[in-house]
Structure formats: C-alpha cells, structure tokens
Ligand binder design. Sequence first.
Ligand code: PSU
Ligand code: MN
Length: 307
Amino acid sequence: MAGRSNIVVSAAVREALAVGAPVVALESTLIAHGLPRPRNRDVALELEDQLREKGVTPATVAVIDGLPRVGLDEADLRRIADDTAVLKVSVRDLPVACATGRTGATTVASTALLAARAGIRVFATGGLGGVHRGAGDSFDESADLVALATTPITVVCAGVKSILDVGATLERLETLGVTVLGYRTSTFPGFYLQHTSYDLDWRVGEPGQVATVMAAADAMELASAIVVANPLPTDQALDPALHDRVLTDALTWAADRGIRGKSVTPFLLETFHLETGGASLEVNINAVRNNVSVAADVAVAWARTAA
Ligand code: PSU
Ligand code: MN
C-alpha cells in the first residue's frame, strides 16, 4: 500500500518521523472556514511556530492541487488561509478533490485520516465536530466521530464545539469506542466555555500519562482515537450568558436560512464571531493555542515513550 499511496509527506515531517522526533498534525478547515481572513493567516503561521519553539515539527494537512499533503510549505499555508475558493474537504470529499485536482482544507476527520496514514500520532484542533442539536430530525452528525472511531491518533481539543448537543456527542463517543481523557479536569470542557455539566470517567495530569495510555492502546491494537479534552482557563473563556444568547439566535438564523450540510458549522462559528463583537474569535484562537501547546508536550512525551 505504501508504494501506491498518493499522500505527499513534506521532507521536514518525513525526516522527523524517520528518527522518532515529535510531530504534531494541524488541521486546515479551522484556518480556512473557522477563522476570518486575514487573521486566520497569522494564526496558521503562529501555530506552526509555536510547535517549532517546543522542538516539535508541525504538519499542517490540506489537499493542494489534488495532492493530499501532510506538512505544508509557507506558500501553501498562506494559500489555504487567503484563497476564498478553498473547499472544505471531509473524508468523503478526499477522493473527488484529489481526482479533480482541487485545493481544499481538511477537517478533523480527514486530517486525522491523512496524518495517521503518514505515521503521525498526535493532532491538535480547536473543538471537535459532533452531534448537532436537533440531530434526531436532521441526522446531522459530524464525520469527525466516525473518523475518531477508526483512526488511532491522539487529538487534543477543547472538547466538542458548544454549538453542538454535547451530551449526545459524548454518548456517541462512548458507543464508538473513543477514549476520552480530561486534561487536568474531571469535567468535559465546553470549547468557548471552560466546562460543560458532563463529568468524565478519566483524568490525566501530565503529558507522560497520555503517552502511557497511547502505548497501552497500541499494545492491544486498538483502532480508535484518544481524545485529550483540554479546557480553557476561566479568564480566557466566553461569558456564558453571552454564549447562550448568541447561540439561540445563531441556531434560529441557521434554521430560517435553511443552512445545511457542511455549511452549518462555519455559519454558526461566523455568526458567533460577528455577534460577540469578536470576543468568541479570541476565545477560539486561545483554545487552539492551548491545545497546540498540550499536543506538543504529548508528542514530546510520546517520542520518549516510543524510543
Ligand atoms: N475547531 C475549531 N474551528 C473549526 C473546526 C474545529 O476551532 O472550524 C472545524 C474542524 O475542521 C471540524 C469541523 O472537523 O469544524 C466540523 O465540521 P462539521 O460539523 O461540518 O463536521
Ligand atoms: Mn454536518
């Protein structure tokens, strides 16, 4: 299979993996469709620098002119951030985007898949996709869940996006066999909010503990992901009253405008950023930064464990 793979792994990422040095994958949908231009470009570059400063090789994932790439050069990173024509590419879109030579940003689902195929074990994002509110009627459930069920990768996130039905998403993660670890918390984080009302079964305090869990999962050849749920500090989270008010409006407007499919999440995030006067944007960026920082520590611990 390796010989036929069309995945292009950058030289920097290939060299790091070859010597067992720490690598963290980053997704590009949050850059292209989750954060507004031009701020998104600065964030994309900053996240990579944040990893390099910790001695970790960044591997941002995207489809560029029909090639699934793990590890982007700066020109491609800028293109993903700047170009308004960049598609949102989930797992099911990958073969078509590649076959037709398109350029697209990868979601948690497609990033996890490509990164794992390339041999990367740790991945950072903002908030996972999951079960949308009203999914009982709409059946809108993110492909992220299926990817997490079938991809052995550790994903550091601030929980699942608070625009979702968090309780239903946690139930699905349980059903799908996805391990969920609270990072220095026993309560599931709430993305824009520091916490939700849901308790977690497992809590870890140190990056090395995550690496130990990864090794135990490998030892029994588990195929599913490990979610490391990392809450925002209280002073970086969104005001809960503002959050609830904007969410109610955003959900109503999404329904009124008939927003469907892969447009739902970008629409809700953009509405949040507009209606909170940019406050949710700062919160979102801080969540991603914090997750990248923890992911770097986990990747370093993993490199030691696996050595
Ligand atoms: N985290 C963020 N912002 C985002 C996302 C995650 O802080 O925009 C993206 C991820 O790419 C995730 C996607 O996979 O949102 C979920 O989209 P959907 O609900 O359509 O599966
Ligand atoms: Mn959806």
